[in-house]
Ligand binder design. Structure first.
Ligand SMILES: Cc1cc2nc3c(=O)[nH]c(=O)nc-3n(C[C@H](O)[C@H](O)[C@H](O)COP(=O)(O)OP(=O)(O)OC[C@H]3O[C@@H](n4cnc5c(N)ncnc54)[C@H](O)[C@@H]3O)c2cc1C
Ligand SMILES: NC(=O)c1ccc[n+]([C@@H]2O[C@H](COP(=O)([O-])OP(=O)(O)OC[C@H]3O[C@@H](n4cnc5c(N)ncnc54)[C@H](OP(=O)(O)O)[C@@H]3O)[C@@H](O)[C@H]2O)c1
Length: 496
């Protein structure tokens, strides 16, 4: 092993390679002490650019006063929605992004992006757009990652976001100026350059798919290992024996990709899943689901399970384990190409991995396979690296009202900190509108804010729709999109 920064250390411990994964911002010229930070005009000094280094050092001790403003961190879909709504509600803000442009994970060129060449949306263009900006008619039902990026950049331009953003600026920490502070107090933000700034509040839009989760598997592996976030094309599989671990959408997409060029391709699953075709009766699956009447949960599960059994057939014939849960109890897999690859014998299903044994991998059923490359498509850690443990614990949303506003620190917001059963852009759009309207109400209409505060001090709303989610980490921040959207819309109406 070795070579690529993305390869996983033999002992599978994350910190050995995590640093290489998390993009570091380039130095950014320092603003003059106490003056407003110029936005959107930063050069990108290279690593050997002495001016950048000097500037960074000279501002290390300075505290830049940005009180009266909020800081939005990240210019992916969530950060763009935040900028759009903060502008619309006339709430002053700065926007920083560690990459060179907007787009978040959808920019495959962005350092650390988990995107791969074959990736297409799993939610349809029809139901995945921001509310004021439909995806182009010319797009297919499930746009490619490049089309999604173009869409996002057009949305950014429509709302004039780019000139307001500071690119190449990474936030390393955000904390309240005094512990236990409340509305209207201050936040201290530290940048990778060492620069420190003071804000009225912070809106994190830093995304959930940047920090890989890799299981610790006993034993030693002589081959190559990587996480799905480092996978770009199936070129690495050419003529080799590949094992993909994990049956989420990444695992299934990548298993299909490598099955075409590998000499053997295996997909290890620790449970069975429901496989949902991307089209049902000629329309995208989510459009089909939304067209019909809203059914009670038990009936919805019964109807769609029956439908999938009819359409997809007996999964056991393909070597797949039967789902150990009801439909909707875990995140759906929108992929039937994997069934096609299994049906063609280009891919073989294996159970959970039990141990690594030099050139071989041992599985839970006692079988062993010779493997050259293991790709861990085992998901991402639900962490907010800029917050200390006193503000957020990994995977825990109990401190975030609506997965969105910190319960003890009402001027701290986290956008996009959820997984859901539908396109997430319409939901982050609603989240961002709610945040901007809350901040405006805080300034202009405290009575309206009081109504929201009563909501947030009550019992946490239930966004499961009565579905018992599986007790796995990836479901820890899950919301069903319909009740979640409805709640956000209602809260927005009360503030508007
Ligand atoms: C392969 C793949 C396919 C997907 N397909 C779909 C789909 O079909 N439909 C769907 O709705 N969702 C899909 N998703 C989910 C995806 O997370 C969302 O579409 C969306 O990108 C979330 O937007 P975001 O802005 O919250 O996060 P991100 O897109 O991750 O953007 C976060 C931004 O914050 C920046 N940032 C992070 N930390 C810092 C920091 N400390 N300082 C400064 N900047 C920082 C990052 O550089 C990034 O630009 C998919 C995810 C993956 C991995
Ligand atoms: N085409 C697309 O649009 C597309 C493509 C890729 C990803 N995405 C999205 O990106 C997000 C992340 O997807 P993802 O597939 O990367 O991650 P994910 O949804 O978290 O799936 C992780 C998979 O790994 C398994 N797993 C986790 N820990 C494991 C362990 N210790 N041992 C064995 N298996 C383990 C999980 O099993 P359990 O089910 O048992 O937990 C699950 O099958 C999702 O929202 C997804 O929809 C979309």
């Amino acid at each position: 092993m070795g070579g690529s920064v993305y390869r996983i250390a033999r002992d599978n411990r994350l910190p050995t390679f995590l640093d290489a994964w998390v993009p570091r911002s380039r130095s950014v010229p320092a603003p003059a002490l106490g003056r407003p930070v110029p936005v959107g005009r930063h050069a990108f000094p290279g690593p050997n650019d002495g001016r950048g280094l000097l500037a960074a050092l000279s501002c290390a001790a300075a505290m830049v006063d940005r009180r009266g403003r909020y800081l939005v961190v990240g210019a992916g879909p969530s950060g763009l929605a935040a900028a759009r709504w903060m502008t619309a509600c006339a709430v002053p803000f700065d926007l920083v992004e560690r990459q060179r442009d907007v787009g978040g994970i959808w920019d495959i060129q962005a350092s650390g992006s988990p995107m791969y060449e074959s990736a297409h949306f799993i939610s349809s263009k029809t139901l995945s757009a921001f509310r004021d900006w439909p995806m182009p008619e010319s797009y297919p039902d499930y746009p490619s990652h490049r089309q999604v990026l173009s869409y996002l950049r057009a949305y950014a331009d429509r709302h004039d976001v780019r000139p307001r953003a500071e690119f190449g600026v990474e936030v390393v920490s955000a904390r309240p100026a005094s512990p236990g502070n409340g509305t209207g107090s201050e936040w201290l933000v530290e940048l990778a350059t060492g620069e420190r700034r003071r804000y009225d509040g912070v809106i994190l839009a830093t995304g959930l798919q940047w920090i890989p989760r890799v299981p610790a598997i006993p034993g030693r592996f002589d081959g190559e290992t990587l996480h799905s976030s480092a996978f770009r094309t199936p070129a690495l599989a050419q003529g080799r024996r590949i094992l993909v671990v994990g049956g989420g959408n990444s695992g299934c997409d990548i298993a299909v990709d490598v099955s075409r060029t590998a000499s053997r391709a295996f997909l290890s699953l620790r449970r069975g899943y429901w496989f949902v075709p991307k089209h049902l009766f000629g329309v995208p699956a989510d459009v089909f689901g939304h067209r019909g009447p809203e059914l009670p949960r038990w009936l919805e599960q019964a109807v769609f399970e029956r439908l999938l059994r009819l359409l997809v057939g007996d999964l056991a014939r393909l070597g797949l384990p039967a789902p150990d849960h009801r439909l909707f109890e875990t995140h759906p897999v929108l992929n039937t190409q994997v069934l096609h690859a299994l049906g063609h014998g280009e891919l073989t299903v294996k159970p959970d991995v039990r141990a690594l044994r030099g050139p071989r991998v041992l599985f839970a059923d006692g079988s062993e396979e010779d493997v050259d490359v293991v790709i861990f498509a085992t998901g991402y850690r639900r962490v907010l690296p800029v917050l200390g443990p006193e503000l957020h614990r990994e995977g825990d949303v109990s401190d975030l009202f609506l997965n969105l506003r910190h319960r003890r620190h009402p001027t701290l917001f986290v956008l996009g900190f959820f997984e859901t059963d539908a396109g997430c852009f319409p939901l982050v759009d609603l989240q961002a509108e709610l945040v901007a309207r809350l901040l405006r109400a805080q300034r202009d209409a405290p009575a309206r804010l009081a109504r929201f505060e009563r909501r947030s001090s009550g019992p946490p709303p239930d966004f499961s729709d009565g579905v018992r989610f599986l007790g796995v980490e990836r479901m820890s921040n899950y919301v069903r999109s319909r009740p979640y959207a409805r709640y956000l819309e209602q809260a927005i109406r009360e503030l508007a």
